[in-house]
Design a binder for this molecule. Structure first.
Ligand SMILES: Nc1ncnc2c1ncn2[C@@H]1O[C@H](COP(=O)(O)OP(=O)(O)OP(=O)(O)O)[C@@H](O)[C@H]1O
Ligand SMILES: [Mg+2]
Length: 405
């Protein structure tokens, strides 16, 4: 069903617009001011946006301007509906990126006609736009409601493996209270997310983001979490959502190590994710946490295909068999990582990631193969032009397995 977002601070206008659009049989969502309008647009991705101009916080022009700067709204029709009807007002609307303009009071039939014309045009342009998602980064969010299940270890090793396999990978440490990525990569903290926290959503640009990106010797880019939790607390969910939309245009893969919660930062990353790796250990508390997370994903409307549970054994023995946990969760694990205590801990303590420094270990092979599995279909289907050692290893293991089968 076509979804329209109406941004207006006057409740009566919401009623007038809804009534005028009734014949189109659309789903209509209302936002009461400009800021909640842009936030709702980012989380709901409507097919068309109608906005008033004069609102208590930001103007409708600003709403249009901010959304147009966001890659995902480049072709979403925006109609400005306003009491001001001078030529200058109309020009400002188009300058801000609006597609159409209608003065209030409006004829209901005219609004409906303009909206359906805009929707028709957007639909005709859709095939061209639909070709682009493959150029956008695949976003992989590593999440667990319980700490200590191995999220950071997984995020770091998957980030490095994807970077080694196909390049263009950035790892985002979003655990603002106790980020570990820089430590695990043995990198000194220069700039962190704290330097992005002062920006409003639409104000972040690639220059600002580039200034906080560091690059590891292996070629993996990353943005570290701040040293002091209070520095990271200021980063807003909508600012992160906007930053993600910019980063998506410039990378092949984004791997994000998420906080163990459903706060604004987590939600922004989960919304943007193509794949959620839900990590759990084989203990009761972890299974409960995974079940609770699955429940919230469902309420957030995430498709089941987006969620990939991963079992990571962070202790030697478990009374809970993998199959039992799968039955309890109603989902199968896409990967099961064994308990390898000293190796994993040493990799963290020395800042020497497994897939870089312990390539002969079976756990590294497993992590590399799993990263390949997470790759984009167009990457997996053929040999890269200059395959690296990681790709050669993955391919050799694949061939060996086929020979054995
Ligand atoms: N497969 C494994 N085998 C043995 N130990 C593991 C394994 N995976 C993780 N660990 C250990 O579990 C601990 C937590 O790992 P990690 O920091 O990756 O988890 P996390 O979910 O990011 O935790 P945090 O709550 O700190 O964010 C580390 O000490 C690590 O050595
Ligand atoms: Mg962690």
């Amino acid at each position: 069903m076509t979804h329209i977002l109406v941004v207006d601070d006057e409740p009566i206008n919401h009623q007038l617009v809804s009534r005028a659009l009734e014949p189109l049989n659309c789903r209509i969502t209302s936002a009461e001011d400009g800021t909640s309008g842009t936030t709702l647009a980012r989380s709901m991705k409507p097919d068309l946006i109608i906005t008033d101009v004069v609102m208590p916080d930001i103007s409708g022009y600003e709403v249009a301007r901010q959304l147009r700067r966001d890659a995902q709204f480049i072709s979403t029709p925006i109609l400005i509906l306003t009491a001001q009807s001078g030529l200058q007002d109309k020009l400002r609307a188009f300058e801000a990126g609006a597609d159409d303009y209608l003065s209030k009071p409006f004829e209901p039939a005219e609004l409906a006609a303009r909206v359906s014309a805009l929707l028709r045009r957007a639909e005709l342009a859709a095939p061209a736009a639909a070709a682009s998602p493959s150029q956008l980064a695949r976003v992989i969010a590593v999440h667990s409601l319980r700490g200590g299940t191995g999220c950071s270890t997984l995020a770091v090793n998957i980030g490095i493996s994807l970077s080694n396999l196909w390049g263009g990978t950035i790892l985002l440490d979003l655990t603002m209270t106790a980020g570990q990525v820089a430590l695990m990569l043995n990198q000194n903290l220069r700039r962190t997310w704290a330097d992005i926290a002062r920006f409003q959503a639409g104000e972040v640009d690639m220059d600002a983001l580039n200034s906080v990106v560091s690059v590891h010797d292996c070629g993996l880019s990353f943005i570290a979490a701040p040293t002091f939790p209070e520095e990271g607390a200021a980063l807003r969910g909508d600012t992160l959502a906007y930053a993600l939309s910019l980063l998506k245009e410039r990378h092949q893969y984004i791997v994000a190590d998420l906080p163990h919660d459903f706060g604004d930062i987590s939600i922004a990353a989960l919304d943007a994710a193509d794949i959620i790796l839900l990590v759990g250990s084989p203990d009761m508390a972890s299974v409960r946490a995974a079940a609770a997370a699955l429940d919230v994903y469902k309420k957030l409307g995430y498709p089941l295909e987006k969620i990939k549970p991963v079992l990571n054994a962070t202790f030697p023995r478990s009374s809970l068999a993998k199959e039992k946990i799968e039955t309890a969760l109603g989902m199968n694990f896409v990967a099961s990582i064994p308990y390898v205590p000293d190796t994993v801990l040493e990799a963290i303590n020395l800042g020497k990631p497994l897939v870089l420094e312990k390539t002969r270990e079976p756990i590294s092979a497993l992590l590399e193969d799993f990263s390949f599995f997470l790759g984009k279909p167009e990457h997996k289907k053929s040999k890269p032009e200059n395959p690296g050692e990681t790709w050669e290893r993955v391919y050799k293991r694949y061939q060996d397995k086929r020979r054995q089968a």
